[in-house]
Write a protein that binds this ligand. Sequence first.
Ligand SMILES: Nc1ncnc2c1ncn2[C@@H]1O[C@H](COP(=O)(O)OP(=O)(O)O)[C@@H](O)[C@H]1O
Ligand SMILES: [Mg+2]
Length: 250
Amino acid sequence: MIDVQSLTMHYGPVVALDHVSFQTNPGEILGLLGPNGAGKTTAMRLLTTYLYPSSGTAKVDGFDILEEPLEVRKHIGYLPETVTLYADMQVDEYLAFVGKARGLEGARLAERMEWVKEACHLKTVWKHFLSELSKGYGQRAGLAQALIHDPKVLILDEPTSGLDPIQIIEIRSLIKSLAKQKTVVFSTHILQEVEVLADRIVILNEGKLVAQGTKRELAEKVPHTGKAPQDVSLEEIFIQLLVPRAVVKV
Ligand SMILES: Nc1ncnc2c1ncn2[C@@H]1O[C@H](COP(=O)(O)OP(=O)(O)O)[C@@H](O)[C@H]1O
Ligand SMILES: [Mg+2]
């Protein structure tokens, strides 16, 4: 479904991504995990074709980001790290606006509006101005705009950042329910987030791929824990792979 091949991105002298490759299967939730500056947002901007890579490429649902960027965009819904919500639009007006920009109209637009209203639990704020929304509802409106054209792939950049614990639980369960029909890629610097949400994990650090696989596969790569792979926590895996041994003793 997503096939990233040796993707590399330089911003002047900064190497934000360095020959990173990873894959996901349809219907999977892929968690991009890494500290700030790891290259997560850059990877997502490349996948959504908002940036052009320095080298390497990726395919989304069979379409190459370099050769067929417009096809790629059609198949992707994107929730950026900071969503631009037009303050003076109502939720319904905003989603109609995005839907039309995505080429929807008439009965199909109405049907998709109803679908995102239900799926993203926006009923109670449907006629509210975007400026009035809490951070949690703002994030749901952001998810709704990413879903309006019924994309096969959802790309969510730190979808729970800045939310309170209840909002985090709600957004997580929303993402889980969406993943039944879609492939989801999300980023986070929070271990627990990937632990509860991701089927497959890609760990990035300073632009480099540290490891990828299911949690079980990652656990099997980590040496010397003295535990069975199913008993190794993601925290242990992360520390073993990323933190120099002298700093933290597991
Ligand atoms: N537009 C930009 N210009 C210059 N450097 C950038 C730009 N965007 C990101 N970077 C740098 O690229 C690296 C990766 O950033 P980013 O992809 O935002 O990481 P993450 O999302 O994991 O925090 C960082 O060192 C960051 O400072
Ligand atoms: Mg980021």
